[in-house]
Design a protein around this ligand. Structure first.
Ligand code: SF4
Ligand code: SF4
Length: 436
C-alpha cells in the first residue's frame, strides 16, 4: 500500500512539472444539454443554425437555479448526439460543427479596469449568472448562488489544494495564470467588502509556496495571504480546508457563509476574472490526462466540449492499445468510471485517467476495520455495507448509520484490504436513506 501510494505521489509530482499545452479545438465540439444539477433544458437554436462563439444557445433548468448554455466555437449547430457525460451517464449533447473562425458573440466585451472597479456585488453576481460560472474544481455548484449570500463575509478562501492523486491541472494554472487568479481574488474582496483572502495550498507544494510568497510580497496591504495546509487527503474537501485554514469547524447542514467564510476553487476564481473583465463565459479549461494507458501524459488547455478521443491523440495515443482500458473522469478517489472513451469534456472535468485494465478478485470482508479508521466523517462503512447486504434491507438500521454524511471521498474503498468497492454500498445506502 505504501509503495503504491509513493508511486502515485511521484507520478503526480512529475506531471506537475509539465507545462500546459494548448490543444487546437477539434472539428466537432459537443455541449452537454443537462448535468447532475440541471435535469431539463431548452434550446434556442435549430439544426442548421449558425452560432457564434460564446453565444447563449440554450438554458439548463435546475431545482432552484438556471444555467445558460454557451457555444464554445463558431460554426453550425447540427443537432443532438448521445455521448457519455462525466457523471457516467449517456446524455444528449449539442453537436457544433466548428468553422475555425471563432467569431465572438457580441456579449463578449472588455470592460476597462475603471468599469470593473465600479461593479457592485449585484452586478458581478448577474455577470457570473449570465456567464454560467460554476465550481470548476469539479463541484459544478453555480457561483452566482454562492455570491448571493447576505451574510457578512470576513474571510475568502481560495482552494488550490487539489488533493486527489494524479491531478495537476490546478497546480499548473496557479503557476501559469497567477495574474488572473490574483485579479479574480481582488474582485471578490471588493464586492464582499472582505480584506482577508487566503490562498490555500498543501505544505509539500514547495514550488507554489515559493511562487506565491514572492508574488504576494509585492501585494503588501492587499489582504491576500498564503495559507499552508496539511498534506493529507481529503484536505481539499471544503470542511477540512476551512478547519485547517481558519480553525472553524462547519457542522453538517450549515453553510460556510454562516461563519463569515466563502470559498472558491482557484480555476473558478481565475474564470471569474475572465467572466467579469471580458464578459466572457468559460469556454476553455485546464485538464490533466494521465495514467499508464496513454503514451505521453500531460496537462492541456482545451476547448470545453472536446471529445476525449481528441485528448488521447494529444497524448500520442494509447500505450499497449491491445489491452483493455479503464477510464475515470475526475480524480481516482471521487471521479466516475466510464465504460468507453466515447465521452465529452465538460466545464467541470479536471482530469481524465486512463489505465490498462487490471483484473482483480474481490475477497470476503476480514473485518480489519481499515475503512472505519480511514473515514474522515467517522462513519462505519463496513457496517453500512453489511446493512445493505441484509435481506430484506432494514431501512431504519441503514438510516441510523448516517450514510448521508458520506462525502464520497473514496477512502474506504481505497483502504479496503479485500478490494471491496465499499463506497458503492455507501452510495446505495444514501439512496435508501433518502427514500420516504
Ligand atoms: S467515501 Fe464516505 S464512507 Fe467512505 S471513507 Fe469517505 S466519507 Fe467515509
Ligand atoms: S476495509 Fe474492507 S475488509 Fe476491512 S472491514 Fe472494511 S470492508 Fe471489511
Amino acid at each position: 500500500m505504501i509503495a503504491k501510494a509513493r508511486h502515485i505521489e511521484d507520478t503526480k509530482r512529475l506531471l506537475g512539472l509539465l507545462p500546459t499545452i494548448m490543444v487546437a479545438p477539434p472539428e466537432y465540439l459537443f455541449i452537454a444539454t443537462n448535468n447532475t444539477r440541471c435535469f431539463s433544458y431548452d434550446l434556442f437554436v435549430k439544426p442548421g443554425d449558425h452560432v457564434s462563439c460564446c453565444q447563449m444557445i440554450g438554458m439548463r433548468h435546475g431545482p432552484f437555479f438556471e444555467q445558460p448554455i454557451h457555444s464554445t466555437c463558431s460554426g453550425v449547430y447540427e443537432g443532438l448526439e448521445t455521448h457519455y457525460h462525466r457523471s457516467g451517464k449517456l446524455i444528449p449533447f449539442i453537436k457544433l460543427h466548428n468553422d475555425f473562425k471563432d467569431d465572438l458573440d457580441p456579449m463578449v466585451k472588455e470592460r476597462s479596469d475603471g468599469e470593473v472597479s465600479k461593479l457592485t456585488k449585484a452586478d458581478v453576481t448577474e455577470i457570473l449568472k449570465n456567464c454560467a460560472s460554476v465550481g470548476l474544481g469539479g463541484s459544478s455548484f453555480p457561483t452566482y448562488i454562492k455570491m448571493q449570500t447576505d451574510k457578512p463575509i470576513k474571510t475568502i478562501l481560495v482552494n488550490g489544494i487539489e488533493c486527489e492523486p494524479y491531478i495537476t491541472a490546478d497546480h499548473r494554472l496557479m503557476i501559469e495564470e497567477s495574474g488572473y487568479l490574483i485579479k479574480g481574488i481582488k474582485i471578490l474582496q471588493r464586492v464582499f467588502h472582505c480584506h482577508d483572502a487566503r490562498i490555500c495550498v498543501k505544505a509539500k507544494y514547495h514550488d507554489l509556496r515559493k511562487l506565491y510568497e514572492a508574488l504576494l510580497s509585492r501585494e503588501e496591504g492587499s489582504g491576500i495571504t498564503l495559507s499552508v495546509v496539511g498534506n493529507f487527503y481529503p484536505q481539499g474537501w471544503e470542511v477540512a480546508m476551512i478547519k485547517s485554514a481558519t480553525g472553524v469547524k462547519v457542522p453538517h447542514g450549515h453553510l460556510p457563509s454562516e461563519y463569515g467564510i466563502v470559498d472558491f476553487n482557484v480555476s473558478t476564481v481565475a474564470g471569474i476574472y475572465e467572466n467579469v473583465k471580458f464578459n466572457k463565459p468559460v469556454i476553455e479549461r485546464n485538464i490533466s490526462v494521465t495514467g499508464d494507458g496513454v503514451k505521453e501524459p500531460g496537462n492541456f488547455r482545451i476547448r470545453v466540449g472536446t471529445p476525449i478521443k481528441s485528448l488521447i491523440e494529444a497524448c500520442e495515443g494509447y500505450k499497449d492499445p491491445s489491452k483493455p482500458k479503464t477510464f475515470i473522469l475526475g480524480g481516482p478517489m471521487m471521479g466516475a468510471s466510464l465504460p468507453s472513451d466515447d465521452c465529452i469534456v465538460t466545464k467541470t472535468v479536471t482530469s481524465i485517467l486512463v489505465f490498462n485494465k487490471e483484473e482483480y478478485r474481490e475477497e470476503p470482508c476480514i473485518r480489519c476495520g481499515s475503512c472505519v479508521l480511514s473515514c474522515p466523517e467517522r462513519l462505519q462503512p463496513v457496517m453500512i455495507m453489511n446493512a445493505m447486504k441484509a435481506v430484506p434491507i432494514d431501512r431504519e438500521r441503514v438510516k441510523a448509520l448516517n450514510p448521508l454524511n458520506c462525502i464520497e471521498c473514496g477512502l474506504c474503498t481505497y483502504c479496503c484490504t479485500s478490494r471491496i468497492p465499499v463506497l458503492d454500498y455507501v452510495k446505495r445506502a444514501k439512496l435508501v436513506a433518502r427514500m420516504k
